[in-house]
Design a protein around this ligand. Structure first.
Ligand code: PLP
Length: 393
């Protein structure tokens, strides 16, 4: 199978060729010690070959494959497609239970995958869940609806508290969660606060652990792959802190490349440093992770090119990237490969898909304009009809 894609005017094309993946046997399914649910086995590594040389003609496939990549489907990590969030929550929820909490509070954007994963994880553990969700000033007093992550959160009975973007940026996520915490304590509850994206030093362990799993999978696989690079999206910083620390401590020693979808690389270096210091890691984030900007139009906003890219990858591979995180990171990676081919030439790359499928539902209007593969079925007069209305099933 082959995928050709244009990543913007004048960028030419890049070709992905899917090769047979190696499925880790069922007994290797990851066991979540805290939440007590087995995560499904990774489809790891699903190999991709990405030639760095590219043709100027969008219809002419490139012949030579200088690079190859693998896809680690952390989007299939369990718990209603929880992606990377479930890894951090394993540790955070364990702490909540150990501290005797009866409820959790967390905070994020209106389509936060982390908030949705927390809502589900809370119910697995019989905890109440309170979410503070950031939305536009225009929508903050209206029912937020049931699109994407909101549907799962509300089905799972999470208590949704809306906050405007303006209030959020003026008050800050820490104060907002503390205000709600105080209120709940006064009402007799025992809430545990989880920060934005589950990204604190404790949650960071989730991705240190993920590296251990990748390492084991490589060791047990038939090919002895040595990855040069790990590529992943960065939204709140915990995933890259854990991955880069894990990679530098393990036999992997792969260079971690983060594509940030909000804020800027400097902010994330400083934030990741705080998480690493909290673990007494004794390393500098600038030495172990390279962060590039893939924000584009802004957090959770997409250009048509980005969404077209997500559509092309889905149509060619069946892998559904999300529009806010992995879609932007993969798009940013390919753009960088095209602009800086030397940097990536000959590298073995592991791209980590961190989930977020439900966020696509928030983009249906924008996607509709370039998804047109439907038609009315042609049943002309020669196709025999039954009397009456016919049988439905
Ligand atoms: C699907 C998805 N991928 C990646 C990320 C980024 O991970 P992190 O917040 O740890 O930087 C997030 C959340 O922010 C996410 O929801």
């Amino acid at each position: 199978m082959e995928l050709r894609m244009c990543t913007g005017e004048g960028h030419g094309i890049i070709v992905f060729k899917l090769m047979p993946g190696v499925r880790v046997p069922d007994e290797e399914a990851l066991q979540s010690p805290i939440l007590g649910v087995p995560s499904p086995p990774f489809t790891f590594p699903r190999l991709l070959s990405c030639p760095s040389s590219h043709s100027n003609s969008p219809m002419e496939p490139s012949q030579s494959a200088h690079q190859y990549g693998a896809l680690d489907q952390n989007d299939l990590s369990g718990m209603q497609l929880s992606g990377n969030k479930v890894r951090k929550l394993e540790f955070l929820m364990a702490d909540a239970v150990a501290q005797g909490a009866d409820s959790v509070i967390t905070i994020g954007g209106i389509q936060s995958n982390h908030c949705r994963a927390t809502a589900v994880a809370a119910k697995y553990l019989n905890l109440d869940c309170f979410l503070i969700l950031r939305t536009s000033n225009l929508l903050v007093d209206k029912d937020p609806g049931l699109t994407g992550n909101l549907l799962v959160e509300r089905l799972a009975g999470a208590h949704v508290h809306l906050i405007s973007k303006e209030e959020y940026s003026k008050i800050g996520s820490v104060t907002l969660t503390n205000v709600l915490k105080e209120k709940l304590i006064k009402e007799g509850k025992r809430p545990y606060v989880i920060p934005v994206g589950g990204s604190n030093s404790l949650g960071t362990w989730g991705y240190v652990e993920a590296v251990r799993e990748i390492e084991q999978q490589i060791q047990k696989g038939t090919e002895n792959i040595k990855f040069d690079d790990i590529v992943v999206a960065c939204g709140s910083g915990g995933t890259i802190a854990g991955l880069s620390l894990g990679s530098s401590l393990s036999t992997l020693k792969a260079k971690v490349h983060a594509f940030s979808v909000c804020d800027d690389p400097d902010y994330f270096h400083n934030f990741a440093q705080g998480l690493l210091d909290g673990l007494k890691a004794g390393v500098s984030s600038r030495d172990i992770v390279h962060i590039q900007n893939a924000k584009g139009l802004g957090y959770a906003m997409n250009t048509s090119e980005e969404l077209n890219f997500v559509k092309d990858v889905a149509a060619a591979t069946g892998v559904i990237l999300d529009p806010v995180y992995s879609g932007k990171a993969a798009y940013g990676m390919l753009k960088d490969m095209l602009e800086n081919p030397k940097k990536w030439e000959g590298r073995k790359i592991l791209f980590i898909h961190t989930g977020g499928l439900l966020g696509l539902y928030d983009k249906v209007d924008q996607l509709a304009s370039f998804i047109g593969n439907w038609e009315r079925m042609d049943v002309n007069e020669s196709v025999p009809r039954q009397d009456g209305i016919g049988k439905m099933f």
